[in-house]
Design a binder for this molecule. Structure first.
Ligand code: ATP
Ligand code: MG
Length: 407
């Protein structure tokens, strides 16, 4: 791929996270290519590629099943006058540039290495190779300016610290607290995308620790009760249990859904909101429904959780009440409810810190062994399998199917 571009007379390199991961001896999950060929020129070399993106066009090239993202070197456009808002946030970043310019507009030095896969040469304009060897995470340029340009870099710092075990170099760590409130201005859809990247890539536990350490957690989840410091949240033990279980499932190659982690993260504020409603005499199920709706609506303003996930989160919560009923002829029918398994898993992690729930958890463990025919997952029809969503992304759901109505 890179060779084809080079043979056509262009400069082309593998770049970004893929080079970083290769040098760390890990298998990159995707490959990004940077080139001096414009998207049209890339298209001329690979007629079957797709050009995507309006503002900043990229070429998607399929190669032996893998998807390569080919981007033209970007220049300093982001720093030019008129390309930032009053807070210094970058609005535009769409000017072609040279390979050096493309390096310095990237975020961290370890993400700005260029590798020529044909001759194995590494191009390093920012000292990223040394930082990678020293496991040091360093923003390129003036850290405060770079965080202001794009506050999501704060979250990326936490993600890389957790995922790669790198340490933030002091100047990169210093301005974090001052810039963190600017996360409030990031579009909620982008923040939700980041939440998924933070929590579903196999290091959710360490990521939560990093978010807490850097005082970012409450900017992502403002509905959480405040902890000891600004940006730090008080976390219910179920959060750690859920991150452990998610990380374990990813390590085992099982599917994961952000809905489960969201259910755990928001569990404590949910309980806090249920209490006064119940105290006022509202039945438990109704109180939970009302509290859940209000809580999710508030959280959605920060992170745009798509309905296909928030509906599952809600079902996991409401099923906690259904799982309390173990007597009566219809009790076992809860096992055929959608999300029974997720709700059962949630009960299991709650029981780890609330021993009084263990008996209930054991009841449902046994019930599933005795009546596997009743369990939602025991005989998945094609449709059910799809609903559960591979990798938890739920993309395959046919349009118009509303997961909120199948309880
Ligand atoms: P991962 O392995 O998680 O995909 P990554 O480093 O590849 O990590 P991507 O989001 O895929 O992260 O971005 C690819 C590259 O684009 C990064 O390595 C970095 O060079 C650049 N980049 C991404 N986001 C930003 C940003 N907000 N600011 C500057 N550069 C960025
Ligand atoms: Mg990447």
């Amino acid at each position: 791929m890179v060779a084809s571009l080079q043979q056509a007379g262009y400069e082309a390199y593998i770049v970004g996270g893929s080079v970083r991961d290769l040098l760390l001896g890990e298998r990159p999950k995707d490959f990004d290519v940077a080139t001096d060929a414009t998207p049209e020129e890339v298209k001329a070399v690979f007629p079957r590629c797709r050009l995507i993106g309006r503002r900043f066009r990229l070429a998607h090239v399929r190669m032996r099943g893998a998807l390569l993202e080919v981007a033209t070197f970007r220049g300093q456009g982001g720093q030019a006058p008129g390309h930032q808002d009053d807070d210094g946030r970058m609005l535009r970043d769409n000017v072609w540039g040279s390979v050096e310019e493309d390096a310095v507009r990237r975020d961290f030095t370890i993400n700005a290495l260029f590798m020529d896969p044909v001759n194995g040469e590494i191009r390093d304009y920012v000292g990223g190779f040394r930082d990678l060897q020293q496991r040091s995470l360093r923003l390129i340029g003036d850290p405060e300016i770079r965080y202001r340009e794009d506050p999501v870099r704060l979250l990326r710092a936490a993600r890389f610290a957790a995922k790669l075990g790198v340490t933030l170099e002091p100047a990169t760590a210093a301005p974090m607290a001052a810039v963190a409130p600017r996360l409030e201005q990031i579009p909620p859809a982008r923040l939700f995308e980041e939440v998924c990247k933070l929590f579903l890539t196999g290091h959710a536990g360490r990521t939560v620790d990093a978010l807490q350490q850097f005082g970012l957690m409450r900017y992502l989840f403002p509905v959480l009760p405040a902890g000891d410091d600004v940006g730090v949240a008080h976390l219910h033990p179920v959060v750690q249990r859920a991150t452990e279980s998610t990380d374990r499932r990813i390590a085992e190659g099982k599917s994961v859904t952000p809905a489960f982690l969201i259910a755990a993260v928001l569990w404590e504020p949910l309980l806090e909101r249920i209490a006064p409603l119940e105290a006022a005499g509202m039945p438990a199920y109704q109180a939970m429904e009302e509290a859940a709706d209000a809580l999710l609506a508030e959280q959605l303003q920060r992170t745009a959780i798509p309905r296909r996930f928030s509906a599952v989160t809600r079902q996991i919560w409401l099923n906690q009440l259904r799982l309390k009923r173990t007597r009566g002829a219809r009790a076992l029918t809860v096992m055929s409810q959608p999300r029974f398994r997720a709700a059962y898993d949630f009960l299991l992690i709650r029981a780890l810190d609330e021993p009084e729930l263990q008996e209930l958890a054991d009841f449902w463990t046994q019930a599933q062994q005795e009546r596997p025919d009743l369990v939602e997952t025991a005989a998945p029809t094609k449709r059910r399998r799809r609903r559960r969503g591979g990798r938890g992304r739920g993309r395959k759901r046919p349009e118009g199917v509303n997961p909120g109505t199948d309880t």
